[in-house]
Design a protein around this ligand. Sequence first.
Ligand code: PLP
Length: 413
Amino acid sequence: MLQLDSHPTGRHFLQIPGPSPVPDRILRAMSLPTIDHRGPEFGALGRQVLTGIREIFKTQHPVVIYPASGTGAWEAALSNTLSPGDHVLMFETGHFASLWNKMATRLGIATEFLAYAGTDPHLPQAAGWRRGVQADMIEARLRKDTDRKIKAVCVVHNETSTGVTSDIAAVRRAIDAAGHPALLMVDSISGLASADFRHDEWGVDVTVSGSQKGLMLPPGISFNAISPRALEASKSARLPRSFWAWDEIVEMNKDGYWPYTPNTNLLYGLAESLDMLLGEGLDNVFARHQRWAAGVRAAVNAWGLPIQCADPAVYSPVLTGVITPEGVDADAVRRLIHQRFDLSLGTGLGKLKGRMFRMGHLGDSNDLTLVAMVAGVEMGLKLAGVKLAGSGVHAAMDHFAAHAAPTALRQAA
Ligand code: PLP
């Protein structure tokens, strides 16, 4: 039974790091009638989105679109390129890297999970979950692999559980410096279309992504961008696959169609999203997220709370993780903020449960929605009895006022 009092007034503040708030333009585009997925109109739509999405990944090569969440596209990347028992090197940056590692193990792949070896005063149990991929460790491990048993290196570009964006070009350089033939597979599920990403230039073999983050769509489609080397590897890879198999999809995609029923209305949304992002220009999109992130970090610094990412060189432009003081349950603070201010924040995942929360700055946002998010968090922290060093709201306002947006929002009258 619908409870009317469960619908607060105004828009909900969906400030989790994905699914991100969906622009009205995209919602309207998705509301169009569903069409025949074998008809000519669909073929034109298919060709349009399959071409446009390559610009977002910065690739000349095929991008496969699945009617699945990001987890499905993880499985597609592994099952298309690897054989049972293959050795794969992965790097523990957080919860999502850990889940991908677990999936690979379940698929019968022999994974080696490298992790940052240092310590951390705030989170001794999760020191590596405050830093990015350590490319030098990958290089050192690959150099020791003289009989070339390692078939792939898998890393997460933007670790959504922590707010750390790893340097993928450095991972490519590490593989090349070791002279190793391993494939490079990257999860950019929450990085793509918010943080700089260059599939071809960085020599990535498979990039995995999803619809519900920087592309500003609802959840439900995901991607594999595929290099010629990865496509070649798929011809001899022996892990079982059928729904995920690239060959039939890539073949039918040449005319804009799929071997099964694609997610028509989400593809309308994707066409709209591509129009918005490419119209704005990817460099402007990235600068916009960097600026938002800096404003939100200014707020966290003003509160005097530690940011989950301990290395300023790899702060995420997509989200900011905030560590709560010892003894303050971050999830209790989140619940309070949700109940009192209709604002959703990301929970601490895995090893970080209860120790931190995540503030998303992606999707259909602007300076004022972010200031509102900061205000909701500040009020919630105070209500939870957390002593704050200063006003994050003022710090965020000062930041946004002092740093003009890279593109003019409105023409002067
Ligand atoms: N990888 C990363 C970095 C993510 O952020 C997520 C989801 O948030 C996933 C993988 C899993 O994707 P999904 O939940 O769409 O299956």
